[in-house]
Ligand binder design. Structure first.
Ligand SMILES: CC(C)(COP(=O)(O)OP(=O)(O)OC[C@H]1O[C@@H](n2cnc3c(N)ncnc32)[C@H](O)[C@@H]1OP(=O)(O)O)[C@@H](O)C(=O)NCCC(=O)NCCS
Length: 337
């Protein structure tokens, strides 16, 4: 491999962003960066997501751009990062450039005393990720690089241990990366949050992972929705999330916590209800899977009552020839005024 790998921290120059886009246009697979250059430009020029440090890696062969990769390191909790933008131009493939682009951020992150890098992967790159040290999470398409060498499952269990009491406060953009460990922890409820269609890994394979926390952050950018986070410990680890969505005077609320922090669940829901009240809601509604009877009881303990059937949920959904298959479960609509 005669490629030179360079690390560049965002904001990245417009010239380089255009050079990257031109290279990506030669990549036939979906790199997951949108239809035009605008998303990449916003991301790498730091017009969006400034709550994370973005370290971009570019590979050049004889000066020509051959590949890219990047990590987003949380500024709030620099021990957590996400990996993305992996691509090698077709004519430079199978000579170790992809491997070098996966290895370089891992080496830098170790030096930065980071703990875990998460990513959502397409299966054909698994071996390259594996060689870089990433391990697939059970029940998910996600992979994690854990610097201690623990399995992702062991890391995720330890991550939430002994953090002390949690406090609930409004969600922030910086929660996008901080919430990733929580979102990757299997939950006993089938439906963790109906407002953002978040289903537990215990019953449903995630098809992507970064999008899961993006769904929360996107709620902050709309006037009729928001989210709250329960945080615990010195690092302000996210141990629970709730959401509120307003429509025609009704505020839909939902939320979940890590099993160790169930005591924060009612605070999370009441925070979402209080936000709805401040924004003019008169009815508060929740959609609960027919099989999540514990969650139903928890809502009932907060005064929510049966208001008929809801739309139901599809678990383990899979697209087969334009037909969506999976396990259908009914739901109950609970309301409180
Ligand atoms: C995934 C991707 C980045 C790999 O790029 P690459 O530069 O070809 O990666 P590498 O050369 O390091 O490794 C690819 C294969 O070439 C092999 N290889 C490496 N050096 C080689 C050499 N000198 N001669 C022959 N084969 C070689 C590797 O063993 C590997 O094969 P394997 O996976 O069957 O073991 C590239 O295929 C790509 O851009 N795909 C589209 C975007 C994408 O899917 N990204 C990942 C999303 S999760």
């Amino acid at each position: 491999m005669n490629a030179e790998i360079t690390r560049i921290e965002a904001p990245v120059s417009m010239d380089l962003i255009e050079e990257i886009w031109t290279m990506w246009e030669t990549v036939p697979e979906d790199v997951g960066v949108g239809e035009d250059i605008s998303g990449l430009r916003d991301e790498l020029s730091n017009a969006v997501r400034t709550e994370d440090r973005k370290l971009l890696y570019v590979a050049r062969v004889d000066g020509k751009l051959a590949g890219t990769s990047a990590i987003w390191v949380s500024r709030r909790d620099p021990k957590l990062a996400e990996f993305g933008l992996p691509a090698t131009a077709p004519k430079f493939r199978r000579r170790g450039i992809g491997q070098a682009l996966f290895d370089a951020p891992v080496a830098d992150f170790r030096e930065m005393h980071g703990e875990a890098i998460f990513l959502g992967a397409s299966s054909y790159a698994y071996r390259t990720y594996y060689r870089a040290g990433y391990r697939k999470l059970v029940g998910s398409v996600a992979l994690a690089y854990i610097t201690s060498g623990e399995s992702p499952e062991a890391y995720l269990v330890d991550f939430f241990r002994d953090l002390g009491p949690a406090t609930v406060s409004p969600g922030e953009h910086a929660d996008r990366t901080s919430a990733v460990p929580l979102l990757h922890t299997p939950h006993n409820s089938q439906v963790m949050d109906a407002n953002v269609n978040l289903l537990s890994l215990r019953y449903n394979q995630f098809l992507g992972f970064a999008g899961q926390s993006g769904r929360y952050v996107d709620l902050l950018d709309c006037e009729d929705s928001t989210f709250f986070a329960a945080r615990a410990g010195e690092r302000g680890k996210v141990v629970g999330l709730s959401t509120a969505k307003l429509r025609d005077g009704t505020c839909s609320v939902d939320g979940f916590t890590h099993p160790y922090y169930e005591g924060s669940w009612s605070d999370l829901i009441e925070s979402a209800v209080a936000w709805g009240k401040e924004h003019g809601a008169i009815v508060f509604a929740a959609a609960v899977s027919d099989e999540d009877y514990e969650k139903r009881e928890m809502f009932e303990a907060l005064g929510f009552k049966d208001a008929g059937k809801g739309d139901g949920f599809l678990l383990d959904s899979m697209q087969i020839k334009n037909y969506e298959q999976g396990k259908k479960v009914g739901s109950v609509r609970l309301e409180r005024s």
